[in-house]
Design a protein around this ligand. Structure first.
Ligand SMILES: Cc1cc2nc3c(=O)[nH]c(=O)nc-3n(C[C@H](O)[C@H](O)[C@H](O)COP(=O)(O)O)c2cc1C
Length: 461
């Protein structure tokens, strides 16, 4: 045996030992966890698992939560993946480790799916001394209440005595650096180095095949019907309610999302894009980067990077056989058009469309399609509100939400017959107004029950 007192050699040997330990510890934990799982009698939970809870409106937080859970499972850790509102008081108080992945909506609010959690727990005190937690907050720094809900949740948890496992992480527009930091923290917490690939599907090349302005002469900003086809000719699968992410050349790292207005049998992806005008409302005053490029600057035939994204909370899914009440305004008609086309294809005629815009003469987007569907018995009820026309005529019905109270008894009837309600369009004014009108007509508890049954779905922006 060679014994040395050379300090350099000793330091090197110590460093080797530490590195060896660092490499082995995760492997050992992985092995130990797998072994513990294998030895456990069926049905018996051997060690308290982790919970990964998500609150998501359009699916980003839900997807990241699922990837978080997969990474933990890969490290041999038992995980329960659920929505925030599915957590009971007992679970919260008994749990030792919960990872929260939450987005922010409205003006710093929780997504719809977390409303019950906020109402039940966050308005009061709930001692959580056992709990260790992490928060990944998704948001967009162009909103004034950046990551408002994630921050509020983090503060509330600390006030209840819960201990952060890592400082909360904020992801601005799903920034890679923040998602990377979360993955890194996760690998560290789980003691694993073999995290699965989290990157989304690659952007494909699509051709701008058709574009036409739908509202020439309107006092509102121009709105364009746009059709795109894949350059390689292979149309991907999607369902009505899904979204696309489009990248404009001037902002390659900030994809914009639009609802898909068509179904695969149309052979193309249709979008309805409102041209965003700055300043005085004239294109010379400046246009939105993505909408300006899509609606005006990109020449027909141009190729653009785009990918499709599942929007599970706005799909028909379990509501496909139910009567549908579709409520929207402005460009929100895009997502509703996808559903109406899917329904027509499936031979489901029990549909009721309520739509609001400015002028009957200029802003009845796809009006000929709605009239044709109605004539064919595929749209049982159609109600429209014209905000600028009614102002001139002195009518009480100005916005789409004003259509609801006069139809209260029909609405109750449809809901009693099992109808699902889909709302698509602007958050400001419309979504809150529709929500209030529905609450008044059906009762808040009934509306909350519809949310819980996935029969009240919103795609609002
Ligand atoms: C209508 C609307 C309102 C939003 N409000 C906020 C906000 O107040 N603060 C914020 O940080 N992000 C806000 N966002 C951005 C979302 O949190 C962000 O897009 C997030 O990635 C969505 O994740 P999700 O798909 O899981 O819901 C808003 C997005 C939309 C469409």
């Amino acid at each position: 045996m060679i014994v040395t007192l050379d300090t350099t050699r000793l330091a090197l040997a110590a460093a080797c030992l530490v590195s060896y330990g660092l490499v082995c510890t995760p492997l050992w934990r992985h092995w130990r966890n797998n072994k513990a799982q294998a030895q456990r009698p069926a049905g018996q939970a051997a060690e308290p698992g982790w919970i990964v809870a998500h609150a998501s409106q359009t699916g980003n937080a839900e997807q990241l939560a699922a990837q978080t859970a997969d990474t933990l499972r890969l490290a041999g850790i038992p995980v329960r993946l659920c929505t925030l509102s599915a957590l009971s008081q007992d679970e919260l108080q008994q749990a030792e480790r919960i990872l929260f992945v939450v987005s922010t909506y409205g003006e710093g609010d929780a997504p719809d799916a977390a409303a019950a959690f906020v109402g039940r727990f966050m308005t009061g005190a709930l001692p959580l001394p056992r709990l260790h937690y992490g928060v990944l907050a998704l948001g967009d720094s162009s909103y004034s209440h950046y990551c408002g809900f994630g921050r509020a949740l983090d503060t509330w948890l600390q006030e209840q005595g819960a201990q952060p496992l890592v400082p909360h992480i904020e992801a601005d527009c799903l920034a890679d650096s923040a998602i990377g930091a979360w993955r890194h923290a996760l690998s560290h917490l789980a003691g694993t180095t073999d995290a699965p690939d989290w990157s989304g599907p690659a952007f494909g090349a699509w051709r701008l095949a058709e574009r036409r302005c739908l509202n020439e002469g309107s006092s509102g900003a121009p709105i364009y019907h746009i059709e795109l086809e894949p350059l390689d000719g292979v149309l991907p699968e999607w369902q009505s309610g899904d979204l696309v992410q489009v990248v404009a050349p001037a902002e390659p790292d900030k994809p914009r999302e639009y609802s898909i207005a068509s179904i695969p049998s149309d052979g193309r992806v249709h979008l309805l894009v409102r041209l965003h005008l700055h300043g005085d409302g004239k294109p010379e005053g400046g246009m939105g980067v993505a909408s300006g490029w899509l609606c005006r600057e990109a020449p027909l035939g141009a190729s653009l990077p785009m990918r499709l994204r599942q929007h599970s909370r706005f799909r028909l899914d379990g509501n496909a056989q139910r009567p549908l009440i579709l409520i929207g305004n402005g460009s929100g008609i895009a997502g509703l058009r996808g559903h109406l086309r899917a329904r027509a294809q499936a031979g489901q005629g029990r549909n009721w469309l309520l739509f609001g815009e400015r002028h009957a003469q200029h802003d009845y987007h796809y009006g000929d399609e709605w009239e044709a569907l109605r004539a064919a018995g595929q749209l049982q009820q159609l109600d429209v509100a014209w905000s600028r026309d009614s102002a001139v005529q002195g009518s009480a019905i100005r916005y789409v939400q004003d259509l609801l109270p006069p139809k209260a008894s029909v609405l109750r009837q449809w809901v009693a017959q099992g109808a699902a309600i889909y709302v698509c369009g602007s958050l400001q004014g419309m979504a809150a107004g529709v929500d209030r009108a529905l609450g008044d007509i059906l009762g808040r508890n009934e509306l909350d029950a519809l949310v819980a049954e996935n029969r009240y779905r919103r795609d609002v922006y």
